[in-house]
Design a protein around this ligand. Structure first.
Ligand code: SF4
Length: 93
């Protein structure tokens, strides 16, 4: 998924606060799709997410959707995989 697709998806999300502004829509969206090893870019994206009014909705959306690319709701794809695994384990217990 490229940055434009992410913006389109965010717009399609049924999130009433969209109009309050997703911060990634107000900056360079490429920031949210860092290449492997671009830890400084990841850090910068996380800092923006931390101030975004859509943080929780965005993170949950990406976790539930199985989004495997990019920074969503301040999480990396690896972190979202871990969260999904933990939830599956919790549901099975
Ligand atoms: S939490 Fe981050 S990725 Fe999600 S809408 Fe906000 S700025 Fe964009």
């Amino acid at each position: 998924m490229d940055a434009h697709a992410m913006t389109d998806l965010l717009r399609a999300m049924d999130v009433p606060r969209w109009d309050e502004g997703a911060l990634c829509a107000q900056t360079d969206p490429e920031l949210f799709f860092p290449e492997v090893g671009q830890t400084d870019v990841v850090r910068e994206a996380r800092q923006l997410c931390a101030r975004c009014p859509l943080l929780r909705e965005c993170r949950e959306y990406a976790i539930r959707r199985g989004e495997s690319h990019g920074i969503w709701g301040g999480t990396t794809d690896r972190e979202r995989r871990r969260i999904r695994m933990e939830r599956r384990r919790g549901a099975a217990a």
